[in-house]
Design a protein around this ligand. Structure first.
Ligand code: F0G
Length: 459
């Protein structure tokens, strides 16, 4: 197979995009308090803020939307989704939710008590925040390789099983109401977890009687990497690999805005009837009835089709190839990125690229801002703005290990020449990077500050 297979689709509808002038970009940033989340999307040329809900739906998904059944209860759209859910994930129960964090919220409301610890390889920001919002403590036990930027390790998302066991042994059993793993590991470079590691993680949790939930929003990309990289899986279908993954879990939650290639949607799935009852009650209170969960019937249909399209091998070869292409081109021009490339995004090591900017001046934020000012490209900081938290005991700031800028690739949206443009802009930036300065925060909310913080350039 080619290293970077061309798009397995052709384009039938286009959405115009424009590059506004440098002066207009400067004005837009000032107005946005230098927070890229506050920009108007029309002022962005290449939008790599997220791969979440930004994918292009196929003609089959749009056709399915026309068949959406908008009945309040028992819609046929729900039963079509239920069949696909059974086909891929095989859990006894599930509820649709409007997106991933709604599922995380419901799970946290029901299971997390103040002082509880919820382990994972790495929690992503909303999972982390939903646990904290209930007084719990998210704990990351990813293996050390995740923090080595340049590595050829095939499964850098793997759980450090020793660290996990140590954590479990040093905690009262009733203080860990459930344990997680995130596939792929978004906060650590979109890196996959091997099936062996998933099975060993499940066995470890189960040995201590802890229910095991998978945050599976990019499970299809993870399945593809398992097929490519893990001995014994080359001949298996991606569906068989998915079955093997989910067979060892007690539940899963998914933002369908990723690997199900829909603009909105998610689910929470589980095996336990008792938990399902509690989840249903919470869902009805906050999201909607159990057969639609905050979505329209047509959204459920788009999801049912998208879940299967997202698991197609030809599509995943193109998708992971596109991400690998951008990573390689950036390495070729001397921009440090996490290696190997992840499944959905290229992560620039901003801490290293802008080594003259210390943690507390937010090198990731500085690079993300510079990328927009230079070329109208929007990425996202995944570093101290997103993850630095004061130590609850000492009040001293704990900075994350890595200061990253993520360039997330929306699914089926941008072509290779868009990616070449990104490489060009970064090449230009590299020549003047010493003049890029840090930022300071002038406003921040107590949780998830990166979404709404205001910044001011230093110098
Ligand atoms: N879990 C992971 C691993 C995620 O990456 C996200 C979202 C969520 C849960 C929450 O899902 O947005 O549907 O509520 N990540 C997006 C991103 C926002 O840009 O990576 P949601």
């Amino acid at each position: 197979m080619q290293k970077h297979p061309p798009e397995p689709f052709r384009i039938k509808m286009v959405e115009p995009i424009h590059l506004i002038t440098r002066e207009e970009r400067q004005k837009a940033m000032l107005l946005a308090g230098y927070n890229l989340f506050s920009l108007k999307a029309q002022d962005v040329f290449i939008d790599l803020l997220t791969d979440s809900g930004t994918g292009a739906m196929s003609q089959h998904q749009w056709a399915a939307i026309m068949a959406g059944d908008e009945s309040y209860a028992g819609a046929s759209s729900y039963y079509r989704l239920k069949q696909t859910m059974q086909n891929i994930f095989g859990f006894e129960y599930f509820v649709p939710t409007h997106q991933g964090r709604a599922a995380e919220n419901i799970l946290s409301v029901i299971l997390v008590k103040p002082g509880d610890i919820i382990p994972s390889n790495m929690h992503f920001d909303t999972t982390d925040a939903n646990i904290r919002a209930r007084g719990g403590n998210p704990a990351n036990c990813v293996n050390k390789e995740a923090f080595i930027i340049h590595s050829s390790s095939p499964f850098k998302g793997n759980m450090d099983l020793e660290a996990l066991e140590q954590l479990i042994r040093s905690t009262e059993p009733e203080q860990i109401p459930f344990g997680c793993i995130t596939i792929t590991n978004n906060a650590g470079g979109g890196q996959p977890v091997s099936l062996q590691n998933i099975k060993e993680t499940a066995a470890l949790y189960h040995r201590y009687g802890i229910p095991f939930f998978i945050d599976c929003c990019r499970y299809a990309e993870n399945c593809y990497f398992i097929k490519q990289r893990e001995p014994g899986y080359a001949e298996k279908s991606l569906l068989e690999i998915a079955h093997e993954i989910f067979s060892v879990a007690d539940g899963a939650f998914m933002s369908a805005k990723k690997d199900a290639i829909v603009n909105i949607g998610g689910f929470l799935a589980m095996r336990d009837a008792d938990l399902f009852q509690k989840v249903s009650n919470e869902l009805i209170l906050r999201e909607g009835f159990v057969t639609y969960g905050g979505l329209a019937g047509r959204d459920l249909d788009a999801m049912a089709v998208g879940l299967l399209e997202g698991l197609e091998e030809e599509y995943l070869a193109y998708r992971t190839g596109q991400v690998a292409y951008l990573a390689q081109k950036l390495l070729d021009v001397g921009v440090p990125v996490i290696e190997p490339a992840g499944g959905h995004a290229v992560y620039i090591d901003a801490g290293n690229y802008l080594s003259h900017i210390p943690h507390q001046d937010f090198p990731g934020q500085a690079l993300a801002a510079a990328l927009y000012l230079e070329g109208g490209i929007r990425g996202v900081e995944i570093g101290s703005v997103m993850f630095a938290h004061p130590d609850p005991q000492t009040g001293k700031m704990n900075f994350p290990e890595l200061e990253l800028v993520r360039l997330a690739i929306p699914r089926r949206v941008y072509t290779q020449s868009h990616l070449d443009y990104v490489v060009e802009i970064l090449t230009q930036l590299s020549r003047q990077k010493i003049s890029i300065h840090g930022y300071r925060i002038t406003y921040e909310p107590p949780l998830l500050r990166h979404f709404t913080a205001h910044f001011e350039p230093l110098g």
